[in-house]
Design a protein around this ligand. Structure first.
Ligand code: COI
Length: 359
């Protein structure tokens, strides 16, 4: 990759107090940018002061949604060290999402370099209060101006970062989710496995209906039979019934969550019986009724989020007495410990900012 040109802001802002942080509302002083033109390829990598874009109203991303992104975090430990969690895996996933949307390949090494460089420039924006982090949003948008439907010939790759607290207003307290038998997020053969804008647009109407009924999120079921669990849109879903931990398989309709993979790896390290297999909503309801269900979500923004209530077909089921389950808490403590550098990191997931190895 070409050298990254850095232009620093002349008017640095004051980061908010860590205690006031919500999710995704404040952004740092700088952004990373790089352009793509057919024939030239990716070029002009640079860090500039954070600023709005000017886009022609006919810019194709505004009409046809050719856009991808990823989400990852940097953490400041008690030792003052900034650690990036599974940077290489996030860079590879962004490139995979690009493939689904006919966006030209992004070299994962370049994505890693762009994120390291931006976090280094804006490192004073990495908060230190437990539960806070710097959220990193690498994004690609199609920028050609035309109204025909075909892949764009030009793109902008950019990265923005901002300090965040918990994603849900509940924090680490159990959330309530509504399994929808009406709306669907994605179907196999579609874009469900890509981190693309349209998947989130597809979730909005169902999520609003769920919110009106008092739920935090929608548990999406498969798009064909409305029978098997897919994911929650803001997180993957996992549950424990008896001695088996179960999560839906990577069937092409759900995101290959990196926190999902971290949780599965730890659970297997701990010797638990872990199955990636289809799970019917009827079996989940039966386990909730029998009081044998523990359920949680996994995601970069959501971390490990306990599920305390499940709605389905007009009934509400309380899970684990609306308390965080023991396994959910252990997963949360272990992953957060690795992220902040207070727990052993046997898989080398949390890399200090200066350390250029692995991912
Ligand atoms: C993430 O967890 O990073 C996501 O992109 C999910 C989004 C709902 C914030």
């Amino acid at each position: 990759m070409n050298q990254i040109a850095i232009t620093r802001t002349a008017v640095p802002k004051q980061p908010p107090a860590d205690e006031t942080l919500a999710f995704g509302k404040v952004f740092s002083d700088h952004m990373f940018l790089m352009n793509y033109e057919a024939g030239t390829g990716w070029h002009n990598p640079r860090i500039e002061p954070y600023a709005p874009f000017v886009l022609d109203p006919a810019t194709c991303v505004l009409h046809y949604g050719q856009a991808i992104f990823d989400g990852m975090k940097a953490f400041r430990g008690n030792d003052g060290q900034i650690r990036l969690f599974r940077l290489g895996d996030h860079a590879r996933r962004l490139n995979k999402s690009a493939g689904y949307l006919c966006i030209p390949e992004l070299d994962p090494a370049m994505v890693e370099a762009s994120i390291r460089a931006l976090v280094e420039v804006d490192q004073r924006w990495v908060p230190s209060l437990p539960g806070t982090s710097l959220y990193i949003r690498p994004t690609v948008i199609a920028t050609e101006t035309f109204l025909g439907v075909h892949p764009s010939h030009s793109y902008v790759y950019y990265v923005i970062v901002g300090p965040v607290g918990a994603y849900y207003k509940e924090g680490m307290n159990p959330v309530s989710i509504l399994a929808s038998d009406t709306y669907v997020r994605a179907v196999q053969g579609g874009l469900g496995a890509a981190k693309t804008a349209g998947n989130y647009a597809a979730s909005l109407f169902g999520a609003e209906e769920a919110a009106k009924a008092g739920y935090t999120q929608v548990l999406w079921l498969d798009g064909v039979e409305h029978k098997y669990l897919d994911e929650v849109g803001t997180m993957n879903i996992m549950l424990k019934i008896g001695d088996e931990v179960i999560t839906p398989p990577l069937n092409g309709a759900i995101l290959a969550g990196i926190t999902r993979d971290s949780a599965l790896t730890l659970l297997r390290d701990w010797g638990l019986r872990v199955s990636e297999r289809p799970i019917a909503i009827d079996d989940v309801v039966a386990a909730a009724r029998a009081g044998t269900l523990e359920m949680w979500g996994t995601g970069t923004a959501a971390v490990i989020s306990p599920v305390g209530e499940l709605g389905y077909k007009g009934e509400r089921y309380i899970i684990n007495g609306r308390q965080t389950g023991a396994l959910t808490q252990k997963l949360y403590d272990t992953i957060v410990g690795i992220q902040y550098g207070t727990a052993p990191d046997p898989h080398g997931w949390a890399r200090p900012l200066g350390n250029r190895l692995g991912g």
